[in-house]
Design a protein around this ligand. Structure first.
Ligand SMILES: [Zn+2]
Length: 446
């Protein structure tokens, strides 16, 4: 293997810094600025690229390294757009790409321009050494992930389905290492929860607010909101979460190993969950064990002295595999059984998405991690949110969230900077990620 770590690191740092400086905040998007940076780098290496505009300035970039067999491709996917940043709250400006004490700062440093750069580095290193892949390797940078993918992966599936055929996709949303007991546990994101956004409309008797009465819709809604917020949906076991919980439990000393495993026990699950000391892990564990319901948008009356006849609240409900919108509706109806005169409307819904883990790609990720880190152990994980992987899984493509990151002591702190302030990544993590992905691609396409 011809892999000069110091040189790779230096190149990756410079590329990420430049990529962050190309501002691609969504909304409005303008991914073209970022796509041009990637395109220049690829074309300088003699690689042909395809730039597809879904809207003016909304760009998707694709570059293919041809394989010698007719196997379906491996896609190295990431999104070019980033979420807005409150510049005055950052220690280094969010579009500076500043390199400070071995870290690269800026919006997108974690989510997910760094993934775009380690995938690019792996791709370039293979090209430079004349690697002849068995299957096509496709480098794909897309628009609009942060607002749902309409002008990115979804648009590509609608307008260029031929370019989206693949066996495997590597994308954002997993791969991070955690120190658990004596092992370094890395996640491979094989599943994502689904969405079922609800609007509850409450009806009551209108009237002058100078005379209270017992059929005020605002008061009914307040009761409903309080009940929904306090509600814990029953445990719903699923394979991904079971493997995740058992994988963590195995690395704990007794009796903690027993305690963690009881998260999967329908009779003890909620009690155990409440006693998890780390609030970040508690929230995450709860959300992958059950459907969640969070009231968000509230619309009530118009005027202080008028009791309205109608008011509404929206509930962000996230659902586990196998759960349908009808099941969600029934669950809410059971919870609010005694509150009369309300209607439930489903605003938006998409099912949970899952990829199986019994295939050569999963095996390759596991193998390469163990080669790089003798203490490595990989476990599947479920994301509580959603990424572009769901569009691929919908079509039967195996998609994993896997951006390899060295084990970290404070994962919660790292995750808090995603979409937060002072987003940054270390040069060492760029190198580690590049090393692992480079080897993974060789395993899967060699
Ligand atoms: Zn992202």
């Amino acid at each position: 293997m011809n892999f000069d770590g110091e040189k790779v690191k230096e190149e990756a740092v410079a590329l990420l810094s430049r990529y962050i400086q190309a501002e691609t905040t969504n909304p409005p998007g303008r991914e073209m600025a970022g796509a041009r940076v990637l395109q220049q780098v690829l074309e300088k290496e003699g690689l042909a690229t395809t730039l597809l505009e879904s809207q003016p300035e909304r760009a998707n970039l694709i570059c293919t390294m041809k394989g010698r067999d007719s196997l379906s491709p491996l896609i190295l996917l990431h999104h070019i757009d980033v979420v807005p940043a409150e510049a005055d709250k950052w220690d280094h400006p969010p579009y500076s790409g500043a390199v400070v004490d071995g870290e690269i700062w800026g919006r997108g440093a974690q989510d997910c321009k760094s993934l775009g750069i380690i995938e690019l580095m792996a791709f370039l290193l293979l090209k430079r050494e004349g690697f002849q892949p068995r299957r096509d390797i496709v480098y794909m940078a897309t628009a609009d992930e942060e607002t749902g993918g309409k002008w990115g992966v979804h648009w590509l599936f609608e307008n260029h389905p031929g370019l989206m055929k693949a066996d495997y996709v590597i994308n954002e949303g997993g791969g991070v290492g955690m120190v658990v007991g004596q092992r370094n546990v890395y996640t491979c994101q094989t599943a994502e929860k689904g969405v079922c956004w609800l609007k509850l409309t409450f009806k009551g008797k209108p009237g002058h607010a100078s005379v209270p009465h017992g059929d005020n819709c605002v008061v009914k809604m307040a009761k409903a909101i309080e009940r929904i917020a306090a509600y814990r949906s029953p445990l719903r076991r699923n394979l991904t979460t079971e493997l995740f919980i058992k994988g963590i439990a195995e690395e704990q000393p007794f009796p903690r190993s027993w305690f963690v495993r009881q998260l999967l026990n329908p009779f003890l699950s909620q009690r155990v969950e409440k006693r998890i000391p780390d609030p970040g892990f508690r929230g995450m564990a709860g959300a992958i064990l059950r459907n969640t319901f969070v009231p968000t948008v509230v619309q009530g009356g118009q005027k202080t002295n008028v009791i309205p006849s109608e008011c509404s609240c929206q509930v962000d409900c996230r659902i586990l595999p196998g759960v349908t919108p009808e099941m969600v509706k029934k669950e809410v109806e059971r919870l609010l059984f005694d509150l009369r005169s309300y209607e439930i409307e489903i605003l938006q819904t998409s099912p949970a998405s899952v990829s199986p883990s019994d295939n050569p790609l999963y095996g390759a990720l596991d193998k390469v991690l163990k080669e790089r880190d003798p203490k490595a152990k990989m476990i599947p994980t479920m994301l509580t949110g959603a990424t572009d992987s769901r569009f691929f899984r919908d079509k039967g493509v195996v998609a994993y969230g896997f951006q390899p990151m060295m084990p970290m002591a404070n994962l919660a702190e790292y995750l808090s900077r995603v979409h937060g302030h002072n987003e940054r990544i270390s040069a060492e993590d760029l190198l580690f990620g590049t090393r692992v992905l480079y080897q993974v691609v060789k395993e899967v396409c060699g």
